[in-house]
Design a protein. Structure first.
Length: 365
């Protein structure tokens, strides 16, 4: 049986129509798309829509209690009370304390119906740094990442890790093998043009100059590659990874050409720097720990990689020729360009990323 028509608390002059939403008969305003849920209807719709196996009570998870709203309950005419949806997700929701009905504005429905997933994500993102993470970074000088878990197994990321490590094992501990490998597969500006070894624009990305060089690049690929592969899909991720590595190589080659300097370069740093650019655009909700001597702090990825970029610029100014700083910066810019170009599509395919980028999501750092 249909519920009797009532007026929209927001529009006031529009009647509500009964519609089905995630197995519940709810009232919707055709003008503003707002939704009215009687008593437990919202909780049941969330359980059904999120495919939860356990019960969920939306009211038990309300965040801060706010001022009374100008909306009046369309059933008992009582003034409605506003709450934040969750403690750290500050979209507002209106509750009638008298009849237990809940009003959700049309532009907030997606966020409200995703409440359990948002709560789970924010629990991970807002973890505090602990002794274990401090000790790890103090002894390794590598950051700890706080981010949501990917939905799929990062096959390409793991394959890249395995391939880089395997290749290094095959040549890295024998000088003759290293010389032969670098002769044919490192990026050498002389042989690149004289002998047209164009494949080295790709192959150099899988070679490393030493164990620490390998560990540094592979660690960053490991901590951020899985989320980027999840957002892009495996083959597009691989394409973008290699593309950023090629742009990094071309940037370093151009810089060397302009100062009439020969170049011999190996390493995945340029490709990984490209991942940095995409990561800071698509995962602003994530955190990476930064350590200064003994002080550790969670940082927004944009701040973390801004510090990293600044260190590379300082390296350029110091004229340190042992590091391919231009390749790092070229890869970063390539990643930023790809990130901006694909951001709209990536967010459309990954609604949770879009919800966590909204200002209502409060990330504690």
């Amino acid at each position: 049986m249909n519920k009797p028509q009532q007026y929209c608390p927001c529009c006031q002059d529009q009647t509500l129509q009964t519609v089905e939403l995630h197995g519940q008969q709810v009232d919707r305003c055709a003008s503003c798309n707002g939704l009215w849920f009687d008593d437990a209807e919202l909780s049941q719709a969330i359980v059904h829509g999120s495919e939860l196996t356990d019960p969920y009570c939306v009211k038990n998870n309300f965040g801060e209690k706010l001022a009374q709203h100008q909306y009046h309950c369309h059933r008992c005419n009582s003034k409605m009370q506003q709450y934040h949806l969750l403690k750290n997700y500050q979209v507002t929701i209106d509750n009638c304390a008298r009849c237990n009905g809940i009003w959700v504005d049309g532009n907030e429905a997606e966020q409200v119906l995703a409440a359990p997933k948002l709560q789970a994500a924010l629990t991970i993102l807002n973890q505090k740094v602990c002794t274990k993470s401090w000790l790890f970074q103090f002894f390794t000088q590598m950051p700890k990442e706080y981010n949501i878990k990917p939905h799929r197994t990062p096959i390409i990321t793991w394959s890249l890790l395995a391939l880089n490590i395997l290749i290094f094992i095959l040549y890295g501990f024998d000088n003759n093998a290293t010389d032969w490998t670098f002769r044919y597969f490192a990026l050498d500006s002389l042989t690149l043009f004289a002998e047209q070894q164009w494949w080295t624009l790709l192959s150099y990305q899988f070679l490393h100059g030493g164990v620490l060089h390998l560990i540094g690049n592979m660690y960053f690929l490991w901590i951020i590659g899985d989320n980027l592969e999840d957002a892009l899909g495996p083959w597009k991720f691989l394409t973008v990874y290699l593309f950023c590595g090629v742009i990094a190589a071309l940037t370093e080659l151009l810089a060397c050409y302009l100062v009439d300097r020969d170049l011999l370069m190996v390493g995945a740093s340029g490709a990984v720097a490209g991942l940095f650019g995409m990561y800071l655009l698509w995962f602003r909700h994530a955190s990476l720990t930064f350590m200064f001597i003994v002080w550790q702090k969670k940082l927004n990825p944009a701040w973390y990689f801004a510090i990293w970029a600044a260190m590379n610029i300082i390296g350029l100014l110091s004229e340190d020729l042992s590091v391919a700083y231009w390749a790092h910066l070229g890869g970063l810019v390539a990643g930023l360009a790809v990130g901006l170009a694909l951001k709209q599509k990536v967010m459309a395919k990954n609604p949770m990323l879009q919800l966590l980028q909204r200002p209502e999501a409060k990330i504690l750092r």
